[in-house]
Design a protein around this ligand. Sequence first.
Ligand SMILES: [Zn+2]
Ligand SMILES: [Zn+2]
Length: 612
Amino acid sequence: MKSTKQNFILIGLTILFFNVFQTTFPQERTEVHIPDIPGFYTLKADLHMHTVFSDGSVWPTVRVEEAWRDGLDIIAITDHLEYQPHKDDLPTNHNRSYELALPLAKSMGIILIKGAEITRNMPPGHFNAIFLDNIDLLDTETWEEAFLAASEQNAFIFWNHPGWLQTDEIPIWYDEHSEIFKKGWMNGIEIANEFSYYPLAYRWAIDSNLTILGNSDIHPPVYHYYNFENKEHRAITLVFAKQKTKNSVREALFNRQTAVYYKNRIVGNEKFLEPLFLESVKIISQKPVFQDNNKINIRIHNYSDINYSLLADTSFKNFNFPEKLNLPAHKTIFLKIKSNKELTPGRNCIELPYFVSNLEIGPGDPLPINLVFDAYSMRGIRILPDNKIADLYKIHSPINSEFDLYYTLDCSDPNQLSLNSSEAFECKEPINLKIAAYIGDEQIGEIMEKDFSPHLAIGKSLELKNDFSSSYSGGGKTAIIDGVTASIDYKDGKWQAYRFDDLEAVIDLGKVQNVKSVSINFLENNYSWIFLPEEVKIYVSKSGKKFEEVFSKSFTADPNSRESRIAKVSAKFKEADARYIKVVAKNIGNCPEWHTGAGKKAWLFVDEIIVE
Ligand SMILES: [Zn+2]
Ligand SMILES: [Zn+2]
């Protein structure tokens, strides 16, 4: 007796210890980061699993704990009706697994749906019926009676693992399936089950308006089955539900508001997958600004667990952007984009068309999406003379630019207390201007530095005979008379370039003026196929009809010239009265014979034509 009493105490202590043990080591839940979409919660469901009440090897409450730890919101325990291998150890009681799991599911916030697996030979194979009231009524002689009993309880019924038993797991649709479908007994179909995926079943689902499901069909403990360290996860049905309730889940399932998360891909209707992608992936760069060379860097963050693989729609030529773009889960990437056309000064809405390979809106059909964002161009900022007072200049903001400009002339960094672009400044000598753009109190982009040289042609009209390159426009037609001179770097966005063609420019000063000199900067960079002109001629005219040549100079391309350098051509003359200035710079045409590009089209780079 004594010893028995001691044993009782020992058992009591053990139970106590177990309870303490459980409460001191809380379980950890790993959320599945697949975001909600506008109007719907994205609930994670596994609607197919087994316990010891059929051929599974775990107790029903374990399924609840596993689901909670795996970040699931909804499960259905669906033990086999006809296959009861443990019946000698546990009595067949079809409703029992649900009853045992329910209290824990409630306390852990898991929606538990009562279900069972109708387990018949193929055809028709296995079907799950969920949202049942009394599972016992499905334990019938024929499969037709089982389906009828499920249907009478308004169950949601779906075909499990349709490729089961078939060659290469390619499912076959038998007459029995047509019969089940016609009777309204097939509401959905598993297109993913355990480690299998059935594209043909997905096709059927689209054609026959069936709800798509992806489930684990797990029999052993989840943690013995999946390699979580390798990021393996069970197949999950994503349920887009208005509320986190059983009724809302039921409504969503009957309305085909599901997608399937299987390995690193999600398959489903475009109307769910597109918002899912847009909620997962955000452009986090705030008011990005194009640099002078029309390039921009954008930061994109992926908030989801999915590693998205994107392929560009290559028919789109407005921008250069990566053809292949991988957006790893929970990472930020840097995307480099170059505009192939001149940007609108101020705000530009940029759309980059891509296909997301692992979001499938049909078997093998990637989801088309647009990466859309606003980006700003400062290209339209001009320094122009005040027409009334000599030597006064003003900074002009691009039309509809949405930003305010502040500037300094003393090399300090401008802020909102600096001179505003509405205030003019006096300038007789070359100066260095620093300009900052603001939207409200927020500075956008970098501070811009401009080497400004005042001269007579700034802001005047200009005619060009030939088209300049769209890649090297210098910012537009009048870039060669804007007072801002280009640097030694041919990619600085300030050079205007001509390929094979000549520069032929006529500047109209507006009225006859006293002109003392005209100078022009050309770039030489043989390595980059940029050569000095063969010949430069400058003409002046009062009428614009008869031109008088006032300057001429020739160059010969030098094979030994390696460095990039600027050649300044200056024509000084005894004060000439002129209204029109014509500059003709002859492109050498093709690269010289000694050059690596021999016989191919050569570049001519110009900036700036300075009239004094
Ligand atoms: Zn089965
Ligand atoms: Zn099963």
